[in-house]
Design a protein around this ligand. Structure first.
Ligand code: GSY
Length: 169
């Protein structure tokens, strides 16, 4: 049996676009994961610690036969493999992979809470999610598209183009 799940991806040091692309490749190579859909990559202002570089964020839909904790372990392996550097809890990182939704499951473990508890407040999560799955229910019966309407900063999030990196060199 497979489950439809959504993963949030983010990075703001190193080469964020390449790190996200490589993470998507590693996910899709796993025998028990199919990457079904990937959002655009977005340039987003940091939330939490403000004094750090902008992030590149995206979201993907997967179909997986893994159990949630096995998926979490695999995401942590991918973060390690692609050289995660995270000096502070809310600080810069080379790659962050979060399970946002796992079917309709509500999971409350010390190591994993799904749906991701703050996703509905974060434009950097909801905007890419609403792009690929506007009708998915996130929380309180409201869809990703409906949560997007509640976020005042949703309009500040811009799609990145590969050209951005060349122009910023
Ligand atoms: O929760 C993921 C890490 N993170 C991010 C992020 O991915 N994007 C933006 N824009 N701000 C963030 N603050 C943290 S912590």
């Amino acid at each position: 049996m497979t489950v439809r799940a959504f993963i949030g991806l983010g990075a703001n040091i190193g080469d964020p676009v390449t790190q996200l692309e490589e993470a998507l490749e590693l996910l899709d190579k796993h025998a028990d994961i199919d990457v079904v859909r990937v959002s655009s990559f977005y340039q987003t202002a940091p939330v939490g610690v403000l004094d750090q570089p902008d992030f590149t964020n995206a979201c993907c839909e997967i179909s997986t036969s893994l159990q949630p904790l096995d998926l979490l372990s695999f995401l942590q392996e991918v973060e390690q493999e692609l050289g995660r550097i995270r000096e502070k809890r809310w600080g810069p990182r080379t790659l962050d992979l979060d399970i946002l939704l796992f079917g309709e499951e509500n999971i409350k473990l010390e190591s994993l809470i799904v749906p991701h508890p703050r996703m509905h407040e974060r434009a950097f999560v909801i905007v890419p999610l609403a792009e690929i799955a506007p009708d998915i229910v996130v929380r309180d019966g409201k869809t990703a598209a409906e949560w997007k309407e509640t976020l005042p900063d949703a309009g500040d999030i811009t799609k990145r183009s590969p050209q951005d990196d060349i122009e910023n060199e």
